[in-house]
Design a protein around this ligand. Structure first.
Ligand code: NAP
Length: 483
Protein backbone atom coordinates (compact mmCIF):
# COMPACT_ATOMS: atom_id res chain seq x y z
CA UNK A 1 0.00 0.00 0.00
CA UNK A 2 1.16 3.52 -0.75
CA UNK A 3 2.39 5.58 2.19
CA UNK A 4 2.76 9.34 2.14
CA UNK A 5 2.43 12.24 4.57
CA UNK A 6 -0.01 13.70 2.01
CA UNK A 7 -2.21 10.59 2.09
CA UNK A 8 -3.03 10.18 5.76
CA UNK A 9 -6.74 10.36 4.83
CA UNK A 10 -8.19 8.49 1.86
CA UNK A 11 -11.61 10.07 1.96
CA UNK A 12 -13.57 12.89 0.39
CA UNK A 13 -13.32 16.47 1.65
CA UNK A 14 -16.57 18.33 2.24
CA UNK A 15 -17.11 21.70 3.91
CA UNK A 16 -13.52 21.85 5.14
CA UNK A 17 -13.56 18.33 6.69
CA UNK A 18 -12.22 14.96 5.56
CA UNK A 19 -15.40 12.95 5.01
CA UNK A 20 -15.78 9.19 4.70
CA UNK A 21 -18.61 7.38 2.99
CA UNK A 22 -21.26 6.70 5.68
CA UNK A 23 -21.43 2.98 4.79
CA UNK A 24 -17.66 2.61 4.50
CA UNK A 25 -17.75 1.90 0.75
CA UNK A 26 -14.39 2.08 -1.00
CA UNK A 27 -12.81 1.37 -4.38
CA UNK A 28 -9.31 0.12 -5.22
CA UNK A 29 -6.52 2.14 -6.80
CA UNK A 30 -3.85 0.22 -8.75
CA UNK A 31 -0.25 0.79 -9.70
CA UNK A 32 -0.36 0.07 -13.46
CA UNK A 33 3.34 -0.86 -13.49
CA UNK A 34 2.92 -3.73 -11.02
CA UNK A 35 -0.82 -4.45 -11.00
CA UNK A 36 -0.79 -4.13 -7.18
CA UNK A 37 -3.59 -2.43 -5.24
CA UNK A 38 -1.95 0.60 -3.61
CA UNK A 39 -4.93 2.20 -1.86
CA UNK A 40 -8.61 1.85 -1.04
CA UNK A 41 -10.40 5.15 -1.34
CA UNK A 42 -13.83 6.26 -0.10
CA UNK A 43 -16.64 6.00 -2.63
CA UNK A 44 -19.18 8.75 -2.04
CA UNK A 45 -22.97 8.36 -2.06
CA UNK A 46 -25.55 10.64 -3.63
CA UNK A 47 -26.20 12.20 -0.17
CA UNK A 48 -22.52 13.00 0.27
CA UNK A 49 -22.21 14.58 -3.17
CA UNK A 50 -25.32 16.64 -2.37
CA UNK A 51 -23.69 17.70 0.92
CA UNK A 52 -20.64 18.82 -1.08
CA UNK A 53 -22.87 20.98 -3.29
CA UNK A 54 -24.51 22.46 -0.16
CA UNK A 55 -21.06 23.19 1.31
CA UNK A 56 -20.10 24.94 -1.92
CA UNK A 57 -23.30 26.98 -1.78
CA UNK A 58 -22.50 28.15 1.73
CA UNK A 59 -19.04 29.33 0.61
CA UNK A 60 -20.37 31.36 -2.33
CA UNK A 61 -20.30 35.12 -1.69
CA UNK A 62 -22.37 37.23 -4.04
CA UNK A 63 -23.26 40.43 -2.17
CA UNK A 64 -19.92 40.66 -0.34
CA UNK A 65 -17.53 38.90 -2.73
CA UNK A 66 -14.05 37.71 -1.78
CA UNK A 67 -11.65 40.50 -2.67
CA UNK A 68 -9.14 40.20 -5.49
CA UNK A 69 -6.35 40.28 -2.85
CA UNK A 70 -7.91 37.36 -0.96
CA UNK A 71 -8.32 35.31 -4.11
CA UNK A 72 -4.79 36.12 -5.26
CA UNK A 73 -3.46 34.90 -1.91
CA UNK A 74 -5.30 31.55 -2.25
CA UNK A 75 -3.75 31.08 -5.68
CA UNK A 76 -0.26 32.02 -4.53
CA UNK A 77 -0.48 29.69 -1.53
CA UNK A 78 -1.51 26.73 -3.69
CA UNK A 79 1.24 27.54 -6.21
CA UNK A 80 3.85 27.68 -3.43
CA UNK A 81 2.61 24.47 -1.79
CA UNK A 82 2.76 22.63 -5.11
CA UNK A 83 6.29 23.87 -5.76
CA UNK A 84 7.42 22.88 -2.28
CA UNK A 85 5.90 19.39 -2.52
CA UNK A 86 6.57 18.73 -6.22
CA UNK A 87 8.65 15.63 -5.54
CA UNK A 88 6.14 13.89 -3.29
CA UNK A 89 3.12 14.78 -5.44
CA UNK A 90 5.08 13.60 -8.48
CA UNK A 91 5.89 10.31 -6.74
CA UNK A 92 2.21 9.69 -5.89
CA UNK A 93 1.24 10.62 -9.46
CA UNK A 94 3.85 8.25 -10.88
CA UNK A 95 2.65 5.36 -8.71
CA UNK A 96 -1.02 5.64 -9.68
CA UNK A 97 -0.62 6.76 -13.32
CA UNK A 98 2.63 5.07 -14.36
CA UNK A 99 4.30 7.96 -16.19
CA UNK A 100 8.06 8.30 -15.54
CA UNK A 101 8.91 10.01 -12.24
CA UNK A 102 10.60 13.05 -13.76
CA UNK A 103 7.73 13.57 -16.16
CA UNK A 104 5.28 13.29 -13.25
CA UNK A 105 7.20 15.89 -11.26
CA UNK A 106 7.30 18.12 -14.35
CA UNK A 107 3.51 17.89 -14.44
CA UNK A 108 3.42 19.33 -10.90
CA UNK A 109 5.47 22.33 -12.11
CA UNK A 110 3.05 22.71 -15.03
CA UNK A 111 0.13 22.69 -12.56
CA UNK A 112 1.79 25.31 -10.34
CA UNK A 113 2.12 27.47 -13.47
CA UNK A 114 -1.68 27.81 -13.78
CA UNK A 115 -2.04 29.09 -10.21
CA UNK A 116 0.85 31.44 -10.86
CA UNK A 117 -0.65 32.75 -14.11
CA UNK A 118 -4.08 33.35 -12.57
CA UNK A 119 -2.61 35.09 -9.52
CA UNK A 120 -0.52 37.35 -11.75
CA UNK A 121 -3.41 38.31 -14.04
CA UNK A 122 -6.36 38.26 -11.62
CA UNK A 123 -6.70 42.04 -11.82
CA UNK A 124 -8.24 41.54 -15.27
CA UNK A 125 -11.36 40.30 -13.44
CA UNK A 126 -11.86 43.62 -11.69
CA UNK A 127 -14.87 45.68 -12.75
CA UNK A 128 -14.34 48.40 -15.36
CA UNK A 129 -16.34 51.30 -16.73
CA UNK A 130 -16.56 51.60 -20.49
CA UNK A 131 -15.37 54.92 -21.98
CA UNK A 132 -18.57 55.60 -23.98
CA UNK A 133 -21.77 56.84 -22.28
CA UNK A 134 -24.52 55.39 -24.48
CA UNK A 135 -28.14 56.19 -23.59
CA UNK A 136 -26.93 58.85 -21.18
CA UNK A 137 -25.72 56.23 -18.70
CA UNK A 138 -22.37 55.24 -17.15
CA UNK A 139 -21.80 51.56 -17.98
CA UNK A 140 -19.84 49.34 -15.60
CA UNK A 141 -18.99 45.70 -16.38
CA UNK A 142 -18.59 43.37 -13.40
CA UNK A 143 -17.27 39.82 -13.53
CA UNK A 144 -19.47 37.81 -11.16
CA UNK A 145 -18.65 34.25 -10.09
CA UNK A 146 -20.79 31.74 -12.01
CA UNK A 147 -21.61 29.95 -8.75
CA UNK A 148 -20.82 26.45 -7.46
CA UNK A 149 -19.06 24.54 -10.23
CA UNK A 150 -18.57 20.84 -10.84
CA UNK A 151 -14.99 20.10 -11.94
CA UNK A 152 -14.51 16.63 -13.48
CA UNK A 153 -11.05 15.48 -14.53
CA UNK A 154 -9.47 12.55 -16.44
CA UNK A 155 -6.64 10.24 -15.34
CA UNK A 156 -4.04 11.24 -17.91
CA UNK A 157 -2.91 14.47 -16.15
CA UNK A 158 -3.97 13.91 -12.54
CA UNK A 159 -2.64 17.29 -11.32
CA UNK A 160 -2.38 19.30 -14.56
CA UNK A 161 -6.05 19.09 -15.50
CA UNK A 162 -7.44 20.12 -12.11
CA UNK A 163 -4.92 22.98 -11.92
CA UNK A 164 -6.32 24.49 -15.14
CA UNK A 165 -9.86 24.46 -13.80
CA UNK A 166 -9.36 25.17 -10.12
CA UNK A 167 -7.02 28.13 -10.64
CA UNK A 168 -9.58 29.91 -12.83
CA UNK A 169 -12.54 28.92 -10.59
CA UNK A 170 -10.82 30.29 -7.47
CA UNK A 171 -9.73 33.42 -9.33
CA UNK A 172 -13.41 34.02 -10.12
CA UNK A 173 -14.51 33.27 -6.54
CA UNK A 174 -16.37 30.08 -7.48
CA UNK A 175 -16.65 27.23 -4.96
CA UNK A 176 -16.22 23.81 -6.54
CA UNK A 177 -17.14 20.16 -6.18
CA UNK A 178 -14.29 18.18 -7.69
CA UNK A 179 -14.40 14.66 -9.06
CA UNK A 180 -11.10 13.04 -10.12
CA UNK A 181 -10.90 9.98 -12.38
CA UNK A 182 -11.25 6.70 -10.50
CA UNK A 183 -7.85 5.50 -11.76
CA UNK A 184 -6.00 8.47 -10.21
CA UNK A 185 -7.71 9.88 -7.09
CA UNK A 186 -4.57 9.87 -4.91
CA UNK A 187 -2.89 12.87 -6.55
CA UNK A 188 -6.12 14.81 -5.98
CA UNK A 189 -6.26 13.76 -2.32
CA UNK A 190 -2.65 14.96 -1.97
CA UNK A 191 -3.62 18.33 -3.49
CA UNK A 192 -6.48 18.60 -0.96
CA UNK A 193 -4.00 17.80 1.86
CA UNK A 194 -1.90 20.72 0.68
CA UNK A 195 -4.88 23.05 0.44
CA UNK A 196 -6.06 21.92 3.88
CA UNK A 197 -2.67 22.56 5.47
CA UNK A 198 -1.26 25.51 3.52
CA UNK A 199 -4.16 27.75 2.51
CA UNK A 200 -6.81 29.84 4.15
CA UNK A 201 -9.65 28.76 1.88
CA UNK A 202 -13.11 29.14 3.47
CA UNK A 203 -14.86 25.89 4.40
CA UNK A 204 -16.80 24.62 1.40
CA UNK A 205 -14.74 26.54 -1.17
CA UNK A 206 -13.18 23.29 -2.44
CA UNK A 207 -14.89 19.92 -2.03
CA UNK A 208 -13.66 16.50 -3.09
CA UNK A 209 -15.96 13.64 -4.07
CA UNK A 210 -14.77 10.32 -5.49
CA UNK A 211 -16.44 7.13 -6.59
CA UNK A 212 -19.05 6.15 -9.14
CA UNK A 213 -19.19 8.57 -12.05
CA UNK A 214 -22.89 7.84 -12.61
CA UNK A 215 -23.78 8.82 -9.01
CA UNK A 216 -21.62 11.95 -8.89
CA UNK A 217 -22.47 12.99 -12.46
CA UNK A 218 -26.21 12.71 -11.75
CA UNK A 219 -26.08 15.07 -8.75
CA UNK A 220 -23.88 17.60 -10.55
CA UNK A 221 -26.04 17.55 -13.69
CA UNK A 222 -29.37 17.69 -11.89
CA UNK A 223 -28.67 20.12 -9.04
CA UNK A 224 -29.99 23.63 -9.75
CA UNK A 225 -27.32 24.84 -7.31
CA UNK A 226 -24.55 23.88 -9.77
CA UNK A 227 -24.89 26.29 -12.72
CA UNK A 228 -21.67 25.20 -14.44
CA UNK A 229 -19.68 22.04 -15.17
CA UNK A 230 -16.10 22.05 -16.37
CA UNK A 231 -15.19 18.64 -17.75
CA UNK A 232 -12.08 17.17 -19.31
CA UNK A 233 -12.36 13.68 -20.74
CA UNK A 234 -13.72 11.73 -23.65
CA UNK A 235 -16.05 13.18 -26.26
CA UNK A 236 -18.46 10.32 -25.48
CA UNK A 237 -18.92 11.43 -21.84
CA UNK A 238 -18.84 15.11 -22.88
CA UNK A 239 -21.82 14.47 -25.18
CA UNK A 240 -23.69 12.81 -22.32
CA UNK A 241 -23.10 15.85 -20.11
CA UNK A 242 -24.45 18.15 -22.84
CA UNK A 243 -27.64 16.07 -22.96
CA UNK A 244 -27.95 15.66 -19.18
CA UNK A 245 -27.62 19.41 -18.54
CA UNK A 246 -29.75 20.61 -21.46
CA UNK A 247 -32.90 20.95 -19.38
CA UNK A 248 -31.28 23.54 -17.08
CA UNK A 249 -29.17 25.12 -19.86
CA UNK A 250 -26.05 24.84 -17.69
CA UNK A 251 -22.88 26.57 -18.63
CA UNK A 252 -20.40 23.96 -19.90
CA UNK A 253 -16.65 24.07 -20.40
CA UNK A 254 -15.65 20.91 -22.24
CA UNK A 255 -12.11 19.72 -23.05
CA UNK A 256 -12.66 16.54 -25.03
CA UNK A 257 -10.84 14.05 -27.23
CA UNK A 258 -8.41 14.69 -30.07
CA UNK A 259 -7.06 13.08 -33.24
CA UNK A 260 -4.05 15.29 -33.91
CA UNK A 261 -2.49 15.47 -37.39
CA UNK A 262 1.30 15.95 -37.45
CA UNK A 263 2.29 17.14 -40.92
CA UNK A 264 5.86 16.96 -42.26
CA UNK A 265 6.50 18.75 -45.58
CA UNK A 266 9.47 17.93 -47.79
CA UNK A 267 11.15 21.28 -46.93
CA UNK A 268 11.06 20.58 -43.16
CA UNK A 269 14.10 20.02 -40.97
CA UNK A 270 13.57 16.27 -40.65
CA UNK A 271 15.75 15.79 -37.57
CA UNK A 272 13.93 18.54 -35.69
CA UNK A 273 10.58 17.14 -36.82
CA UNK A 274 11.56 13.64 -35.63
CA UNK A 275 12.80 14.93 -32.26
CA UNK A 276 9.59 16.92 -31.77
CA UNK A 277 7.44 13.97 -32.74
CA UNK A 278 9.19 11.72 -30.21
CA UNK A 279 8.75 14.31 -27.42
CA UNK A 280 5.11 14.90 -28.37
CA UNK A 281 4.01 11.36 -29.10
CA UNK A 282 5.50 9.45 -26.19
CA UNK A 283 4.69 11.89 -23.40
CA UNK A 284 2.49 10.06 -20.91
CA UNK A 285 3.07 6.89 -22.92
CA UNK A 286 1.09 8.38 -25.81
CA UNK A 287 -1.91 8.92 -23.54
CA UNK A 288 -2.46 12.65 -23.98
CA UNK A 289 -5.17 14.48 -25.89
CA UNK A 290 -2.51 16.45 -27.82
CA UNK A 291 -0.41 13.45 -28.88
CA UNK A 292 0.09 13.20 -32.63
CA UNK A 293 -2.36 10.55 -33.78
CA UNK A 294 -1.92 10.68 -37.57
CA UNK A 295 1.49 11.49 -39.02
CA UNK A 296 1.29 12.80 -42.59
CA UNK A 297 4.68 12.78 -44.31
CA UNK A 298 5.36 14.14 -47.79
CA UNK A 299 6.06 11.18 -50.08
CA UNK A 300 9.48 12.57 -51.10
CA UNK A 301 10.81 12.37 -47.52
CA UNK A 302 8.75 9.49 -46.15
CA UNK A 303 11.56 6.90 -46.18
CA UNK A 304 14.14 9.28 -44.72
CA UNK A 305 11.73 10.42 -41.99
CA UNK A 306 10.72 6.82 -41.19
CA UNK A 307 14.41 5.89 -40.77
CA UNK A 308 15.01 8.81 -38.41
CA UNK A 309 12.00 7.86 -36.33
CA UNK A 310 12.96 4.19 -36.16
CA UNK A 311 16.49 5.09 -35.08
CA UNK A 312 15.15 7.19 -32.19
CA UNK A 313 12.37 4.80 -31.19
CA UNK A 314 14.73 1.81 -31.05
CA UNK A 315 16.73 3.58 -28.33
CA UNK A 316 13.73 4.21 -26.07
CA UNK A 317 13.23 2.28 -22.85
CA UNK A 318 9.94 1.06 -21.42
CA UNK A 319 9.45 0.13 -17.76
CA UNK A 320 8.27 1.06 -14.30
CA UNK A 321 8.32 4.88 -14.19
CA UNK A 322 9.36 4.98 -10.54
CA UNK A 323 12.81 3.70 -11.52
CA UNK A 324 13.56 7.08 -12.99
CA UNK A 325 15.53 6.13 -16.09
CA UNK A 326 12.73 4.95 -18.39
CA UNK A 327 11.22 6.88 -21.30
CA UNK A 328 7.78 5.27 -21.27
CA UNK A 329 5.79 3.75 -18.41
CA UNK A 330 2.88 1.29 -18.59
CA UNK A 331 -0.48 2.08 -20.12
CA UNK A 332 -3.17 2.97 -17.61
CA UNK A 333 -5.17 -0.29 -17.69
CA UNK A 334 -5.96 -3.41 -19.70
CA UNK A 335 -8.68 -1.71 -21.73
CA UNK A 336 -6.18 0.95 -22.78
CA UNK A 337 -3.57 -1.66 -23.68
CA UNK A 338 -6.06 -3.74 -25.66
CA UNK A 339 -7.15 -0.68 -27.65
CA UNK A 340 -3.60 0.10 -28.81
CA UNK A 341 -3.06 -3.58 -29.66
CA UNK A 342 -6.32 -3.67 -31.63
CA UNK A 343 -5.27 -0.58 -33.59
CA UNK A 344 -1.91 -2.17 -34.43
CA UNK A 345 -3.49 -5.49 -35.47
CA UNK A 346 -6.13 -3.76 -37.57
CA UNK A 347 -3.57 -1.58 -39.37
CA UNK A 348 -1.23 -4.51 -40.13
CA UNK A 349 -4.14 -6.64 -41.38
CA UNK A 350 -5.19 -3.82 -43.73
CA UNK A 351 -1.72 -3.42 -45.23
CA UNK A 352 0.34 -1.14 -42.97
CA UNK A 353 4.03 -2.05 -42.51
CA UNK A 354 5.88 -2.27 -39.18
CA UNK A 355 8.91 0.07 -39.14
CA UNK A 356 9.82 -0.21 -35.44
CA UNK A 357 8.33 -2.06 -32.46
CA UNK A 358 6.90 -5.55 -32.05
CA UNK A 359 4.28 -7.63 -33.81
CA UNK A 360 1.02 -7.86 -31.78
CA UNK A 361 1.74 -11.53 -30.95
CA UNK A 362 5.08 -10.66 -29.33
CA UNK A 363 3.84 -8.07 -26.85
CA UNK A 364 3.98 -10.21 -23.70
CA UNK A 365 2.36 -9.76 -20.29
CA UNK A 366 1.68 -6.57 -18.33
CA UNK A 367 0.68 -3.11 -19.52
CA UNK A 368 4.02 -2.19 -21.11
CA UNK A 369 3.51 -1.41 -24.80
CA UNK A 370 6.71 -0.78 -26.78
CA UNK A 371 6.99 2.36 -28.91
CA UNK A 372 5.83 1.31 -32.36
CA UNK A 373 6.04 2.92 -35.80
CA UNK A 374 3.97 1.80 -38.78
CA UNK A 375 3.77 3.21 -42.28
CA UNK A 376 1.44 3.02 -45.31
CA UNK A 377 -1.49 3.87 -43.07
CA UNK A 378 -4.82 4.61 -44.80
CA UNK A 379 -8.07 6.24 -43.72
CA UNK A 380 -9.98 2.95 -43.38
CA UNK A 381 -7.77 1.94 -40.43
CA UNK A 382 -8.90 2.39 -36.79
CA UNK A 383 -5.66 4.18 -35.86
CA UNK A 384 -6.49 6.88 -38.44
CA UNK A 385 -10.06 7.48 -37.34
CA UNK A 386 -9.95 6.92 -33.57
CA UNK A 387 -7.82 8.36 -30.78
CA UNK A 388 -5.33 5.52 -30.10
CA UNK A 389 -4.10 6.83 -26.71
CA UNK A 390 -0.88 4.83 -26.75
CA UNK A 391 2.66 4.70 -28.15
CA UNK A 392 1.72 3.86 -31.74
CA UNK A 393 2.99 6.17 -34.52
CA UNK A 394 0.96 5.68 -37.73
CA UNK A 395 2.48 7.33 -40.84
CA UNK A 396 0.51 8.14 -43.98
CA UNK A 397 1.87 9.73 -47.16
CA UNK A 398 0.70 12.86 -48.97
CA UNK A 399 1.60 14.82 -52.12
CA UNK A 400 0.03 18.30 -51.99
CA UNK A 401 -0.76 21.03 -49.47
CA UNK A 402 -4.50 21.03 -50.26
CA UNK A 403 -4.67 17.26 -49.97
CA UNK A 404 -3.03 17.22 -46.53
CA UNK A 405 -5.20 20.06 -45.14
CA UNK A 406 -8.27 18.10 -46.22
CA UNK A 407 -6.86 14.89 -44.72
CA UNK A 408 -5.93 16.65 -41.45
CA UNK A 409 -9.50 17.95 -41.12
CA UNK A 410 -10.98 14.55 -41.98
CA UNK A 411 -12.04 13.89 -38.38
CA UNK A 412 -14.80 15.02 -36.03
CA UNK A 413 -12.08 16.27 -33.64
CA UNK A 414 -10.32 19.64 -33.63
CA UNK A 415 -7.95 19.86 -30.67
CA UNK A 416 -4.21 19.88 -31.52
CA UNK A 417 -2.37 19.84 -34.85
CA UNK A 418 1.23 20.35 -35.96
CA UNK A 419 2.90 21.42 -39.18
CA UNK A 420 6.59 21.19 -40.00
CA UNK A 421 7.80 23.27 -42.94
CA UNK A 422 10.55 25.77 -43.70
CA UNK A 423 8.13 27.92 -45.72
CA UNK A 424 6.51 30.61 -43.52
CA UNK A 425 3.71 31.41 -45.97
CA UNK A 426 2.79 27.79 -46.31
CA UNK A 427 2.77 27.41 -42.52
CA UNK A 428 0.33 30.34 -42.23
CA UNK A 429 -1.97 28.87 -44.90
CA UNK A 430 -1.95 25.39 -43.41
CA UNK A 431 -2.53 26.61 -39.82
CA UNK A 432 -5.47 28.74 -41.00
CA UNK A 433 -6.91 25.80 -42.94
CA UNK A 434 -6.67 23.29 -40.09
CA UNK A 435 -9.77 23.46 -37.87
CA UNK A 436 -7.91 22.78 -34.63
CA UNK A 437 -7.68 24.97 -31.52
CA UNK A 438 -3.90 24.49 -31.36
CA UNK A 439 -1.53 24.34 -34.33
CA UNK A 440 2.20 24.03 -33.61
CA UNK A 441 4.49 25.30 -36.38
CA UNK A 442 7.85 23.54 -36.23
CA UNK A 443 7.11 22.49 -32.66
CA UNK A 444 5.29 19.58 -31.11
CA UNK A 445 4.63 21.43 -27.88
CA UNK A 446 1.23 21.27 -26.24
CA UNK A 447 -0.52 23.84 -24.00
CA UNK A 448 1.02 26.29 -21.53
CA UNK A 449 -0.61 28.28 -18.67
CA UNK A 450 -0.02 31.60 -20.48
CA UNK A 451 -2.00 30.83 -23.66
CA UNK A 452 -5.58 29.72 -24.31
CA UNK A 453 -6.05 26.06 -25.18
CA UNK A 454 -9.14 24.15 -26.23
CA UNK A 455 -10.90 22.38 -29.03
CA UNK A 456 -12.95 23.13 -32.09
CA UNK A 457 -15.69 20.78 -33.36
CA UNK A 458 -16.22 17.66 -31.17
CA UNK A 459 -13.10 18.44 -29.14
CA UNK A 460 -14.95 20.82 -26.90
CA UNK A 461 -16.28 24.19 -25.87
CA UNK A 462 -14.29 26.96 -24.18
CA UNK A 463 -10.64 27.54 -23.39
CA UNK A 464 -8.30 26.88 -20.47
CA UNK A 465 -5.14 28.89 -19.85
CA UNK A 466 -4.40 32.48 -20.87
CA UNK A 467 -6.81 35.35 -20.29
CA UNK A 468 -9.56 33.41 -22.08
CA UNK A 469 -9.25 30.65 -19.47
CA UNK A 470 -9.24 33.18 -16.63
CA UNK A 471 -12.66 34.38 -17.80
CA UNK A 472 -14.24 30.88 -18.03
CA UNK A 473 -15.82 30.92 -14.56
CA UNK A 474 -17.29 34.43 -14.53
CA UNK A 475 -20.56 35.85 -15.75
CA UNK A 476 -20.15 39.41 -17.04
CA UNK A 477 -22.85 41.61 -15.54
CA UNK A 478 -23.48 45.05 -17.04
CA UNK A 479 -24.69 47.86 -14.78
CA UNK A 480 -25.76 51.01 -16.67
CA UNK A 481 -26.23 53.86 -14.16
CA UNK A 482 -28.78 56.51 -15.02
CA UNK A 483 -28.14 59.14 -12.38
P1 NAP B 1 -13.56 9.71 -19.50
O1 NAP B 1 -13.79 8.26 -19.46
O2 NAP B 1 -14.47 10.55 -20.30
O3 NAP B 1 -13.56 10.18 -17.96
C1 NAP B 1 -13.23 11.49 -17.59
C2 NAP B 1 -13.85 11.80 -16.24
O4 NAP B 1 -15.26 11.80 -16.37
C3 NAP B 1 -13.52 10.78 -15.16
O5 NAP B 1 -13.41 11.45 -13.91
C4 NAP B 1 -14.75 9.90 -15.17
O6 NAP B 1 -14.97 9.21 -13.95
C5 NAP B 1 -15.82 10.93 -15.39
N1 NAP B 1 -17.09 10.43 -15.90
C6 NAP B 1 -17.33 9.33 -16.65
N2 NAP B 1 -18.67 9.22 -16.89
C7 NAP B 1 -19.26 10.30 -16.30
C8 NAP B 1 -20.61 10.75 -16.17
N3 NAP B 1 -21.63 10.09 -16.73
N4 NAP B 1 -20.85 11.89 -15.48
C9 NAP B 1 -19.85 12.57 -14.90
N5 NAP B 1 -18.56 12.17 -14.97
C10 NAP B 1 -18.27 11.07 -15.66
O7 NAP B 1 -12.08 10.06 -20.01
P2 NAP B 1 -10.70 9.45 -19.55
O8 NAP B 1 -10.57 8.09 -20.11
O9 NAP B 1 -10.51 9.62 -18.09
O10 NAP B 1 -9.67 10.45 -20.27
C11 NAP B 1 -9.23 10.29 -21.55
C12 NAP B 1 -9.95 11.22 -22.51
O11 NAP B 1 -9.79 12.57 -22.06
C13 NAP B 1 -9.36 11.21 -23.91
O12 NAP B 1 -10.39 11.20 -24.85
C14 NAP B 1 -8.57 12.51 -23.99
O13 NAP B 1 -8.38 13.00 -25.29
C15 NAP B 1 -9.40 13.41 -23.16
N6 NAP B 1 -8.62 14.55 -22.67
C16 NAP B 1 -8.83 15.78 -23.24
C17 NAP B 1 -8.07 16.87 -22.83
C18 NAP B 1 -8.29 18.23 -23.42
O14 NAP B 1 -7.67 19.18 -22.94
N7 NAP B 1 -9.15 18.38 -24.40
C19 NAP B 1 -7.09 16.69 -21.87
C20 NAP B 1 -6.89 15.42 -21.32
C21 NAP B 1 -7.67 14.36 -21.74
P3 NAP B 1 -14.47 7.68 -13.74
O15 NAP B 1 -12.99 7.72 -13.83
O16 NAP B 1 -14.96 7.37 -12.37
O17 NAP B 1 -15.10 6.87 -14.81
Amino acid sequence: MIESPLLTKLTGYIGGRWTDNAEGNTFDVYNPATGAVIAQVASMSEQEVTAAVEAGKSALRLTNPYSIETRRKWLEDIRDALKEHREEIGRILCLEHGKPLQEAQGEVDYAAGFFDYCSTHIQALDAHTIPEKPKNCTWTVHYRPVGVTGLITPWNFPIGMIAKKLSAALAAGCPSVIKPASETPLTMIALFSLMDQHTDLPDGMVNLVMGKASVIGKVLCESPDVPMLSFTGSTEVGRKLVLDTAEQVKKLALELGGNAPFIVFDDADLDAAADNLIANKFRGGGQTCVCANRIFVHEKVADAFGDKLAERVNKMTVGDGINGDVDIGPLINKAGFDKVKRHLEDALEKGAKLVAGKQPGELGEGLFFPPTVITEVTRDMCCYREETFGPLVPMALFRTEDEVIEAGNDTEFGLASYVFTGDAERAQRVAAGLRFGHCGWNTGTGPTPEAPFGGMKASGIGREGGLEGLFEFVEPQTVPRGF
